[in-house]
Ligand binder design. Structure first.
Ligand code: G1P
Length: 295
C-alpha cells in the first residue's frame, strides 16, 4: 500500500563537523556499512520499492553507493574475488527504483519533502530521516504501514508519525506531539510543536524520523511560512490537523538511535558491533585483557 519512500539527505551535517566537511553524514559507517544503508534496508524490508533521495551539492556519493559500478564489478570478477563481488552486487541491486531530486537551496526539512512532490505523485508515501536508526522486528516502518492499513478500513486521508517518550530535558531536540490516546500504541494528534523548551512541552512524546503522509501534505508544505530561513515539516502537519485531516502518533516497538551527534553515533556503533557475535567477543576481550577502561 505504501510503495514510495522519501529520504531527505540534503542536510549539511554540521553536528558532525569536521568529518562532514568531506564525507556526507549519511555515509559515516556503523562497522562496515554506511548509516543510510540501515535506513534503506528498513524501507525495503517494509515493502517500499521506490526510494526518492533528496540530495544537495556534495551528496552524490550517497547515490553512487547504491548505483551499479560496472568497473568495480568487472575488476572483482577478473580477479576471481567472487565473495566481494557478491557483497557489492547485493548493495547495488537492493533498490529497485531510485529517484534522485536536488534541493538546490537548504531551506529546511519541509522544503526538502516538498521537493519530492513530482516523484511521489498523488499517493500516500513514507518519509525516513537518515539520522534515526531503528532496530526493530518487524521494522518500524512496517509496523507503521500495518497500522496505516488497519486505519484505512475506517478512515481516509490519514497520516502516521512514529513517536517515542524521551526524557523531558531532551524535548527541545524534537518535534513534540499532544493528543488523545485512541489505542495502546496510538494517539490522535491535535498539536505538534517543533523543539519546545521543556517548560513549554505539553508531553514528552517525541517525533522520530519516520512518517507516512497523505499526499495532501504537499499542499500544506506550500502554505507554511519560512521561519529563520527554514520551512518546518511540523508546521505543515499542524495546518493539516487544523483542517481536519487525521494524523496519528504511533508508539513503535524497537530501539532507536540518533546517529546525528557524537555520543549517539558512538552508542550506535557499539550496539550494532555487539549484535555481531564475533565482534562482541573482540570487544569483551579488548576491554578485559587490555584494560582500556580504567575505573
Ligand atoms: C527533525 C524534525 C523533528 C524530529 C526530528 C527527528 O529535526 O524537524 O520534528 O523530531 O527530525 O529526528 P532535526 O533533527 O532535523 O533537527
Amino acid at each position: 500500500m505504501i510503495r514510495k519512500a522519501v529520504l531527505p539527505v540534503a542536510g549539511l551535517g554540521t553536528r558532525m563537523l569536521p568529518i562532514t566537511k568531506v564525507v556526507p553524514k549519511e555515509l559515516l559507517n556503523i562497522i562496515d556499512r554506511p548509516t543510510i544503508e540501515y535506513v534503506v534496508n528498513e524501507a525495503i524490508e517494509s515493502g517500499v520499492s521506490t526510494l526518492v533521495f533528496i540530495i544537495s551539492q556534495g551528496k552524490g556519493k550517497i547515490i553512487d553507493y547504491f548505483d551499479i559500478d560496472m568497473n568495480l564489478r568487472s575488476f572483482l570478477k577478473e580477479r576471481g574475488k567472487l565473495d566481494l563481488l557478491k557483497k557489492v552486487e547485493e548493495v547495488e541491486d537492493r533498490i529497485k527504483h531510485l529517484i534522485e531530486v536536488r534541493q538546490k537551496i537548504p531551506e529546511g526539512l519541509g522544503h526538502a519533502v516538498l521537493m519530492a512532490e513530482r516523484a511521489v505523485e498523488k499517493e500516500p508515501f513514507a518519509v525516513l530521516l537518515g539520522d534515526d536508526l531503528v532496530d526493530a522486528d518487524p521494522p518500524c516502518l512496517k509496523q507503521m504501514i500495518e497500522t496505516y492499513v488497519e486505519l484505512s478500513a475506517k478512515i481516509s486521508n490519514h497520516s502516521i508519525i512514529a513517536v517515542e517518550e524521551v526524557p523531558i530535558e531532551d524535548v527541545s531536540k524534537y518535534g513534540i506531539i499532544d493528543g488523545e490516546r485512541v489505542a495502546e500504541n496510538l494517539i490522535k494528534i491535535n498539536k505538534v510543536i517543533e523543539k519546545p523548551l521543556p517548560e513549554e512541552a505539553p508531553t514528552n512524546f517525541a517525533i522520530i524520523g519516520r512518517y507516512i503522509f497523505d499526499p495532501t501534505i504537499f499542499e500544506y508544505l506550500k502554505k507554511i511560512p519560512k521561519v529563520k530561513g527554514e520551512y518546518q515539516l511540523t508546521d505543515a502537519i499542524q495546518l493539516m490537523i487544523d483542517d481536519g485531516y487525521p494524523v496519528y502518533a504511533y508508539l513503535f516497538e524497537g530501539k532507536r538511535f540518533d546517529t546525528g551527534n557524537k555520543e549517539g553515533f558512538f552508542k550506535t556503533i557499539l550496539y550494532y558491533g555487539i549484535k555481531d557475535p564475533q565482534l562482541k567477543i573482540v570487544l569483551e576481550k579488548f576491554i578485559k585483557e587490555e584494560g582500556i577502561i580504567e575505573d
